[in-house]
Design a protein around this ligand. Sequence first.
Ligand code: ADP
Ligand code: NAG
Ligand code: NAG
Ligand code: MG
Length: 286
Amino acid sequence: MHFFLCFDCLSLCFLLHFRSCVAFSGKNRIIGVAAKNQMVTNVKNTVFGFKRLLGRKYNDPYVQKELKHLPVKAAPLPNGGIGIRVNYLGEEHSFSPEQITAMLFTKLKETSEIALKTKVNDCVISVPSFFTNAERKGLLDAAAIAGLNVLRLMNETTATALAYGIYKQDLPAPEEKPRNVIFVDCGHSSLQVSACAFHKGKLKMLASAADPELGGRDIDFILTEDFCNSFQSRYRIDPHTNPRAYLRLTAEVEKLKKQMSANSTNLPMNIECFMDDKDVTGDMKR
Ligand SMILES: Nc1ncnc2c1ncn2[C@@H]1O[C@H](COP(=O)(O)OP(=O)(O)O)[C@@H](O)[C@H]1O
Ligand SMILES: *[C@@H]1O[C@H](CO)[C@@H](O)[C@H](O)[C@H]1NC(C)=O
Ligand SMILES: *[C@@H]1O[C@H](CO)[C@@H](O)[C@H](O)[C@H]1NC(C)=O
Ligand SMILES: [Mg+2]
């Protein structure tokens, strides 16, 4: 049995790693890592986590819960969909999660075209295996807005297994015992696990399971709360009252978490001018 742990990308689409983040700043649309990097200074106009809003209605309790984690404003659209409110080109605009996703796809398309030096229209997009038909439809709508022709939507569990199978040179021959591999894919907000049997040129999905509500961000939430409590008692500040400070803390905590997964010593965290002109420090050990 082989175990293969991956923390990888959103889609097989163009085999590119992209952060699902879109920001608006004056006349500019900022996409991907660049958008994530400016998040703290442009809290109200930076949209992330929209993959979880695809194909859903505003009054869906799941949507209401998700919106609590997002610093952007949102309101219902006339058709009951979700309108994400941002400042763009000097006025307030309302975009659906499908439109925001289309902006990300357009950028992915352009990036791929530059890298591949050819037009890209056809693509395969992977989706979480637990995506409902409505969510899949939302993703297809987004691809259509971006002018992409989706040949196929593929489950992420299948895409992960395929990616493993493509590069493995030593898989058993068809008459031999299969190699069984378990894939554990812990993403930002969900966890997918699958068991596959491999032969050379052939893969069989034996079983798969998912928890759509458990991911790396849940670790971030818990660690962030721990620092909030500590800051309340040590500095008399409550980061919950300041969205920008809270987001900044979450970003630092995520960095600390990543460091902790490679380093078992006590690790420091320092943030200057965090709130009320106070510098804060903390530390953590796994
Ligand atoms: N070295 C690491 N140690 C711990 N967690 C990590 C590490 N690298 C990335 N992560 C976490 O993995 C999650 C992102 O996973 P990713 O596969 O990129 O997202 P998704 O598939 O959901 O789009 C984030 O919560 C991030 O903090
Ligand atoms: C995708 O995953 C779901 C849930 O595991 C499963 O019901 C469905 O058949 C899969 N679709 C494909 C095309 O593999
Ligand atoms: C672990 O972190 C400490 C403190 O930041 C650092 O001094 C040390 O070099 C790190 N060790 C490794 C193996 O990265
Ligand atoms: Mg992933």
